[in-house]
Write a protein that binds this ligand. Structure first.
Ligand code: CP
Length: 310
């Protein structure tokens, strides 16, 4: 299989088809099977540069950890207020400078369109690590990988997506990603947090989905329940947030309403939408999902950096 990722940006899941996802999944499986010495050859002498204009735990640390695991190093700005952006330096100049110091740039930014713009000015491949409410493509890749690993397939599954479907960028990337597969999707949200009308046209063309507000009555036939946090930071009016806060809670009492072999996922961080007591159930896969995040990101980096692939 040829490596279509070499020296390419990853800005949107909309640029992916099933074949491209499969390339990353196969590369991830290969990396997991490699010994430490083989793995460390994949990015020897290479540098990842990260720019995070919004907070992150998993994405930034898993990229750093992934880069170290394949023999590379990372430099970066975890908090833009400690960079010259604070003095008024533009996003374009900041990205251009980072791309002079690194072989691949990872950017998280609060504005929709930021990654597409940054990719145009970057001298090296740019990976979108979250752009406003728009997309988080590597999250969708690791989400699909988790489903494929834990359910052994993606086609044919019934997948429920729960919570903040209006502002959650992981939701949009996941929906675009799932539109490459034969799946039934159920969107479960308060009316005020339904998916945005500007996205439904494109998604509906390629994906079969239904919408509901009732979580408990929606669980019994789902193979995957993907829970999301209500994104307080994206509400213009805090009174509106208070109205929907705590709308859904997955706890042990809901287990009897779900299929025994359901998997429950969450991109994390969580607040109270999944109880901590749920963590020890076999259905809880969100920490495993975060672990797969490191491995899929190692594969993405290795594919971008190695012409012959892995
Ligand atoms: N899932 C995710 O993007 O987590 P962080 O915000 O911690 O990176």
């Amino acid at each position: 299989m040829s490596n279509t990722f070499f020296q390419k940006d990853i800005v949107s899941v909309r640029d992916f088809d099933k074949q491209k996802f499969e390339e990353v999944f196969q590369a991830t499986d290969k990396i997991i099977g490699m010994n430490q010495n083989e793995r460390r050859e994949l990015a020897r002498g290479k540098t990842l540069g990260y720019l995070f204009f919004e907070p992150s735990t998993r994405t930034r640390l898993s990229f750093e950890s992934a880069m170290a695991s394949i023999g590379g190093t990372s430099i970066g700005i975890a908090d833009a207020s400690s960079s010259s952006a604070k003095k008024g330096e533009s996003l374009a100049d900041t990205v251009r400078i980072m791309s002079l110091y690194s072989d691949v740039v990872v950017l998280r930014h609060q504005l929709d369109g930021s990654s597409r713009f940054a990719a145009e000015v970057s001298e090296t491949p740019l990976i979108n690590a979250g752009s406003g409410t728009e997309e988080h493509p590597t999250q969708a890749i690791l989400d699909l990988y988790t489903i494929r690993k834990e359910k052994k397939r993606i086609d044919g599954l019934k997948i429920g997506i729960v919570g903040d479907l209006k502002y959650g960028r992981t939701v949009y990337s996941l929906l675009y990603a799932l539109s490459n597969y034969k799946v039934d999707v159920r969107l479960i949200s308060p009316p005020a947090l339904k998916i945005r009308a500007d996205s439904t046209y494109e998604i509906r063309k390629r994906l079969s989905y239904t919408e509901t507000t009732d979580l408990e009555e929606s669980l019994d036939d789902l193979d995957v329940v993907y829970v999301t946090r209500i994104q307080k930071e994206r509400f213009a009016d805090m009174e509106e947030y208070v109205k929907v806060k705590g709308s859904y809670k997955i706890g042990l009492e809901l287990l009897k309403k779900m299929k025994e072999d359901v998997i429950v996922m969450h991109p994390l961080p969580r607040l109270d939408e999944i109880s901590h007591k749920f963590d020890s159930t076999p259905q809880a896969k969100y920490f495993k999902q975060a672990q797969y995040g490191k491995e899929t990101r190692a594969a993405i980096l290795a594919l971008i950096l190695n012409e012959k692939g892995i």
